[in-house]
Design a protein around this ligand. Structure first.
Ligand code: TMP
Length: 214
């Protein structure tokens, strides 16, 4: 049964779009509005889910099947939903999560070419009654994003071909077009402008759901 009381905000986007900084902005906005929240991320958010994350992103000498990635992501998600997200929401806290199931659709569905209907079965199974209330998607051309992270060490996903990231982006854009909870933010703008837009979107959302917040 879904006994959710707090609101669930997710941030999505490819590597290099400035997601972490913008998660900071969302949290700061909630703090300014005196809204209690839990900040977390996927894959991860619990000790076991963080280990699953390491498995997902590690370099392996064997080929990694897209379906294996999907199962790892959903195994981590189940631990995370039951251990962190659902308890926080039930306690009336808001949850700010760096990535959620939209990432499985974008990376494993569109990026790896897995059947979207099968992903939907896992989604229904793991958290059918629990969906984000607001999803901020930071959109950026993968070529530009790659330049932004060129000087840092790359994990297994970040080492993918550019064509993979174009497919991931198409996936996010398709999901954004199909779900009213999405707000697409142009992440090619200067970071300060992106942060301002993100703050505005969160304030608008709070204004609708907690008109008394100050
Ligand atoms: P991040 O720290 O950039 O968010 O790294 C997480 C990586 O995991 C990123 O490459 C996207 C990937 N990922 C998936 O492939 N599937 C998923 O379901 C999730 C949540 C993340």
């Amino acid at each position: 049964m879904n006994t959710k009381q707090g609101k669930f905000i997710t941030l999505e986007g490819s590597e290099g779009v400035g997601k972490t900084t913008n998660v900071d902005s969302v949290c700061k906005t909630l703090e300014d509005l005196s809204i209690a929240y839990v900040r977390t991320r996927e894959p991860g958010g619990t000790p076991m889910a963080e280990q699953l994350r390491e498995n997902l992103l590690a370099q392996w000498t064997e080929p990694v099947n897209g379906l294996t990635e999907l199962f790892i992501a959903f195994a981590a998600r189940l631990q995370h939903v039951e251990g962190v997200i659902r308890p926080a929401l039930t306690a009336g806290k808001w949850v700010v999560c760096d990535r959620f199931t939209d990432a499985s659709y974008a990376y494993q569905g569109y990026g790896r070419g897995l059947n979207l209907e099968k992903i939907a079965v896992l989604e229904e199974w793991v958290h059918g009654d629990l969906q984000p209330d607001l999803t901020l998607y930071l959109d950026l051309d993968p070529e530009v994003a790659a330049l932004r992270i060129a000087d840092r060490d790359h994990d297994r996903m970040e080492q993918e071909q550019m064509s993979f990231f174009h497919k991931v982006r198409q996936g996010y854009l398709a999901r954004a077009a199909a779900n009213s909870r999405f707000r697409t933010v142009d992440a090619s703008l200067p970071l300060a402008d992106v942060q301002q837009t993100v703050c505005r979107q969160v304030k608008e959302f709070v204004g609708i759901h907690m008109p008394g917040a100050n």
